[in-house]
Design a protein around this ligand. Structure first.
Ligand SMILES: [Zn+2]
Length: 150
């Protein structure tokens, strides 16, 4: 998925979860969800975060370990261990939303990397279909923001 789609999809998932998770600080929750919805692509040298830590993409394959449950664990477990609910829950939401977004693409992801099992879908990255979904997500997110705060 394109970074824009990941961002909006993560935001949307966060908005839908607010009534269930009832975070103490919804805006902090959403900010962390937004930040982490792009985090798995840190393994790509031209991504938003990846270009700041290019060495990482030389060591780790794109859509490798950072796009697996081990990537989730890497960023979630330390905060969970110290009981920082305010952080680990939105990190989990944002990060997993990214993995789900990549799961529906043709390339897919390997959730148990380095094991070969791949979960993939039919979505072509940066296609008209993706743009269509991006627009739908923006509209849904606008509606959720309206329902939650206006
Ligand atoms: Zn990705």
């Amino acid at each position: 998925m394109m970074w824009k789609t990941h961002l909006v999809f993560g935001f949307l998932v966060g908005l839908f979860l607010i009534p269930f998770l009832k975070p103490a600080y919804p805006f902090v929750f959403l900010a962390i969800v937004l930040f982490t919805s792009l985090l798995p692509d840190v393994d790509h040298p031209d991504s938003k975060y990846g270009r700041k830590v290019k060495w990482l993409s030389f060591v780790f394959k794109h859509r490798g370990v950072f796009h697996s449950i081990f990537g989730v664990a890497l960023f979630v477990v330390p905060f969970w261990y110290f009981g920082l609910e305010i952080i680990w829950i939105p990190v989990l939401v944002g990060y997993v939303s990214h993995l789900v977004g990549d799961m529906v693409t043709l390339q897919g992801i390997r959730p148990f990397y380095p094991f070969k099992l791949t979960i993939s879908g039919t979505l072509r990255v940066n296609s008209w279909t993706e743009t269509f979904f991006l627009i739908v997500f923006v509209l849904l997110a606008g509606w959720r923001v309206y329902v939650l705060w206006f």
